[in-house]
Design a protein around this ligand. Structure first.
Ligand code: UD1
Length: 420
């Protein structure tokens, strides 16, 4: 078991420059999109995180040949050799469901395990399934698997009942190879969805009104190869902004895209954190002595991201007064709170709300990470806790953060990783 150890006592303010990696949530659909063509897809700025390796394992099982060097990936699926995403892979990474649309569109069939529940709550797939059925797929749920077939997907109008990032991405990819025109309404408009559309355009797809909630997709017979640079990870960037704010330090984030972080930046500024946009790809955070509490409600983009909720909760333990954090996207995304309580935070959970009373001094403790963003929040808490913090199950962190402890160390944090 891997552990992260932090020595918060006398921890210096974090200072210096940090380069933000490519976005995990943008690269995963981009890799799945390689299933749509026989030709080669080249991706740059690929974060070397476990989820990328898991996706490549799945793609290999489906017939992909790939080569990853430094942060560049080339991937080619000359021939699809299997249509199955196994239970083992889907339970270890829900984003495996992103192969469903592309497999159906190019291969005519897909057998993808249902993800079931996970550490952050139930993960339904109805939006993906209903959308693909509307495109003409025949879908059965049997033995825990989504069994989908379609001779040829046909364009139609689909209005998503609820905004879903993965659902929108699956349907965009499927519709790109369907016959005729597909109109997708109530689409998720996260920057990662936009990035996927840009890659698909380079591959020859015809998608109109990219970035809006209604997309018009004119299906094409074939897609081709492309080269694409993945956007910077806005959640990693947000995590470093909070690290700077919490440690009252001064960090410059480079290779980032402040525009994608507008809501997070607004909320940080509201609490008194100084954020300076240096240019279109660099931003500086400077901490403050007195943080103001505030209420936050997670919502789809451009709202406050659920993937920043755990990290922001840690920041609010240091604000003077009461903050209420409402989680509206996932139903069990407060696992980090129990660990924060063990470190001395004063937080009450009432259904989908965490009521945080600050300011509380945190003390180091042995704690356990339960999911990706919860583990990032525990690292943040460990940075400012008094004494030694031991975070068990640190592998969760590696699913989405590239060398987090190395980057924090370069900024002055006393952090290390131990293998048990
Ligand atoms: C993606 C992100 C994840 C982020 C989430 C919300 C990736 C790889 N993962 O996950 O980091 O936390 O967006 O921003 O990009 N829902 C349904 N039916 C469905 C699908 C989803 O009801 O068929 C619900 C979910 O339970 C949730 C909401 O829709 O309440 C949003 O989920 P969704 O946007 O689909 O999340 P993911 O794409 O899985």
């Amino acid at each position: 078991m891997e552990k992260i150890i932090l020595y918060g006592n006398n921890n210096p303010e974090l200072k210096g420059k940090v380069k933000i990696s490519g976005a995990k949530n943008a690269v995963l659909p981009a890799i799945a999109a390689a299933l749509l063509t026989k030709e080669k897809i080249r991706l740059k700025n690929v974060p070397l995180v476990t989820d990328v390796h898991t996706m490549l394992t799945l793609m290999k099982e489906l017939g992909a040949e790939s080569n990853i060097r430094k942060n560049s990936l080339s991937i080619q699926v000359k021939k699809i050799i299997s249509d199955e995403a196994s239970y083992q892979l889907v339970t270890s990474m829900r984003a495996s469901i992103l192969v469903l649309g592309p497999l159906l569109a190019r291969y005519g069939k897909a057998l993808v395990s249902l993800p079931g529940g996970c550490a952050i709550g139930s993960r339904p797939t109805d939006i993906h399934i209903h959308g693909l059925e509307k495109l003409g797929a025949s879908i059965q749920l049997k033995h825990g698997y989504i069994n989908a077939t379609a001779k040829q997907l046909k364009g139609t109008e689909i209005e998503f009942e609820k905004k879903s990032v993965g659902g929108t991405e699956n349907l965009i990819m499927a519709a790109s190879l369907a016959t005729g025109e597909t109109i997708l309404k109530n689409c998720a408009i996260e920057p990662e969805v936009v990035d996927l559309c840009k890659l698909l355009l380079k591959m020859g797809a015809k998608i109109e009104d990219i970035g809006s909630e209604t997309l018009v997709i004119k299906g094409v017979k074939e897609l081709g190869g492309a080269t694409h640079e993945i956007i910077p990870d806005r959640i990693e960037a947000g995590t470093f902004l909070i690290a700077g704010a919490l440690t009252k330090g001064s960090i410059v984030l480079t290779r980032t895209k402040p525009k994608d972080l507008t809501t997070v930046i607004e909320r940080l500024r509201y609490s008194g954190v100084k954020i300076n946009k240096l240019n279109s790809h660099s931003i500086q955070v400077t901490g403050t002595d007195k943080l103001k509490p505030q209420d936050i409600t997670t919502s789809p983009y451009p709202g406050f991201p659920t993937d920043m909720q755990a990290q922001f909760s840690v920041l609010m333990t240091q604000a003077e007064g009461t903050s209420i954090i409402s989680e509206t996207i996932f139903d069990r995304r407060f696992a980090h709170i129990n660990e924060l309580l063990r470190m001395g935070a004063n937080i009450e959970i009432s259904s989908d709300k965490a009521i945080i009373k600050g300011k509380t001094f945190l003390s180091g403790a042995e704690i356990t990470a339960t999911d990706l963003r919860a583990s990032a929040s525990l690292v943040l808490a460990g940075l400012i806790a008094n004494g030694k913090t031991v975070i068990n199950e640190a592998h969760h962190l590696d699913r989405g953060y590239e060398k987090l402890e190395v980057k924090l160390k370069s900024l002055g944090a006393r952090i290390e990783r131990l293998q048990d």
